[in-house]
Design a protein around this ligand. Structure first.
Ligand SMILES: [Zn+2]
Length: 219
C-alpha cells in the first residue's frame, strides 16, 4: 500500500486520539466512551475523500480499547504518511531570486514528511517558508524580530503557545498588488521558529495557504 495520509491529517488523527485516550483513562461510563470513539472515528474518516478496503481497515479505530492500542495504531499509520515533495536547492534559489546568497535548509530537513519547508538564515535574520499551492511552489521570506520580549505568542499555523525563543512575530516581504504598485504592504504573523516541531503539530494547511496567497498575491 502506498502512502495516502497527508502529514497534517496524520497530526490531526494523533490529536483526536490523544483526546480519546484521555476519555479512556478518565471516563468510566462505557456508553460515553463508545460515543466518543464513534465521533472520533467519523472525524478521521471525514478527512478522506476515497479509501480502498485495505486503507479503511488500517485507519478504522473501532477495535482500539486502551492507550497501548492507540500507540500501536499510530505507529502502524506512520508508514503511510506523506508530506510535500522534496525540492532542490536550485528550486529554492529560483523562488528567492531577490535574496542574495541565502543559506539553504539543512541537508536532513526533508528526510521526514513535512507539511511545509521552513528554515532560518541567521546572518540576514530571515525565516523562509516554502509550500506548494496547486502543485506550484510558493515561497516567502520573513523578517525576524529584533526584540527579545518574554511575551507569549500563538503560532498561526499549529496554535502552539510559546515565548519569543519559540514563537516569533515575523513579517513577510509582500508582493505589491497591481493597483498599488510599489506601495508597501505590511503583514505579520506569529510562527514557530522550530519548523520541525511545528510540522509535527499542524493539523491543517489552510491558514498557511491563505497567508501565502495574501503575501504573494495569488488568486
Ligand atoms: Zn507552529
Amino acid at each position: 500500500m502506498d502512502t495516502f495520509i497527508k502529514k497534517e491529517h496524520y497530526n490531526f488523527i494523533k490529536k483526536c486520539l490523544s483526546d480519546l485516550n484521555t476519555t479512556f483513562k478518565c471516563c468510566t461510563d462505557k456508553n460515553i466512551v463508545e460515543t466518543c470513539k464513534l465521533s472520533t472515528r467519523d472525524q478521521i474518516f471525514n478527512l478522506f475523500e476515497a479509501l480502498t478496503e485495505e486503507q479503511i481497515t488500517l485507519i478504522d479505530i473501532n477495535t482500539l480499547q486502551t492507550a497501548l492500542d492507540i500507540d500501536s495504531y499510530t505507529k502502524k499509520l506512520d508508514g503511510y504518511v506523506y508530506g510535500m515533495a522534496p525540492i532542490t536547492n536550485a528550486q529554492i534559489s529560483k523562488l528567492f531570486k531577490k535574496e542574495h546568497k541565502i543559506k539553504m535548509p539543512d541537508s536532513d530537513a526533508q528526510d521526514t514528511p513535512h507539511v511545509y519547508l521552513s528554515w532560518i538564515d541567521e546572518s540576514i535574520r530571515k525565516l523562509f517558508i516554502v509550500y506548494p499551492i496547486n502543485d506550484k511552489l510558493v515561497g516567502m521570506a520573513c523578517r525576524l524580530p529584533n526584540s527579545n520580549s518574554k511575551n507569549k505568542h500563538i503560532c498561526t499555523l499549529c496554535h502552539y503557545v510559546g515565548d519569543e525563543t519559540e514563537v516569533a512575530c515575523v513579517s513577510p516581504v509582500c508582493k505589491a498588488t497591481s493597483s498599488d504598485a510599489g506601495a508597501y504592504r505590511s503583514i505579520s504573523f506569529d510562527v514557530c521558529l522550530d519548523s520541525k516541531k511545528c510540522n509535527d503539530r499542524i493539523t491543517s494547511a489552510e491558514k498557511l495557504e491563505n497567508l501565502l496567497k495574501d503575501v504573494c498575491q495569488i488568486k
